[in-house]
Design a protein around this ligand. Sequence first.
Ligand code: GLA
Length: 413
Amino acid sequence: MQVTNDQQAVKTLQKLAADSRLDLSGAGIRRSSSRFCLGVEHGDYNGTELFGVGTDRFIWMAYKPNGTNKMRLFSGNFPEDGLVEFELGSVPAPKSAASADTWARFPFGVDYILHREGYKLTQGMDAVLYGNIPGGGMSRSASLSLNLILSVLDVSGIEEPDPMKIVDLAQAVENDYIGSPCGKLDQIMILFAKEGMGTHYKPADCSIQYVPLGKGASDFRIVVMDTGTVRPGLEKSTYKVRRAECEELVKKAKASRFQINCLADIQDEELYKKIRSEFEKTDPHLVSRMSYIYKAQKRFTQMMEAWKQGDIETVGKIFRQDGIGLRDEYVISGPELETMCDIARTVPGVLGERMLGGGDKGAAGALVLAGDADKLKTAVETGYPRSRPALAEKFAVHTCKVVEGIVLLKNPL
Ligand code: GLA
């Protein structure tokens, strides 16, 4: 069964509980969303402001304390991994080969990080989970980490820490246990997401502001075009290289007495030009990464204004320009992602399109007038299998709404 809403998810969880012989009657159900970044993509680890929304592809988890010190979890997405079972505080070492290829690395990582950070987990938990978030571009891993952290704390009766602390914990699960060099974008955009709102994060003071889409906006949809490719972990992809390049340029610029701590600090045009001329001969590729971040920050300000005005056409245009920058200056897109963008660009009603998230593979996204979302779907369904026949059975088009990030369903299982 294709699971697209809460009722279907509940049925699926009931079946998973029965199949895995876990007594989950009366268990709470936590739903965590995916996210869509409107800017600055690849800005989080460069220190820029961020803006994004929660989208309606989810992970649902039914969970309940089990009166022991054991965790027992079963994922309907990875049934081949079987029942994941371990004692609290007793998980494989971080980044160990034993857990590299199983989804169990997430509950292991949550246990590891919560213990490391001094949380006293006193209760084991039984849980079944199921998700419909495609991999690569919509933050499935952050959604899972957050869902697990909140549920594990809940069964031990631990009061939820400050939301930014939860963000840090979820990032630590990925950075320190799994070994993925991700930033904080995904966790922030999911944890704070509110229905119908954009979330604006400012790193200077770690503040969050909700920005409703201004009046007069044309009704629009967010469309995620999953290329059907599998993106390996960020630690094995171009992402890691780009992070290192950005850090390298900051280091070199500092050594040349420019006063910056991250690429986001380069906002002044004079400063930008000086750094560019200093390094464009020796390190043209690093200058190109800087150019993307510099220009994307400028566009970000315009995009925020357009969002507040309800000028979704301008938001779309900027999204498209960001995509070109990500492709040509940041060089983080991939051939299949660009095939999706090329198709989307030809469809009237598509306001903008670009690669999403970590890069190389995974999903591209588009902003499209609501009345034209079906046209985009048809165009992709026709064009993509022709260009990429090997992926004809694997790609998918998801038309998404802007939703709440974390929800406890009203009725237990
Ligand atoms: C991935 C990472 C995020 C962010 C995006 C790019 O999703 O997990 O931290 O860097 O890529 O914007």
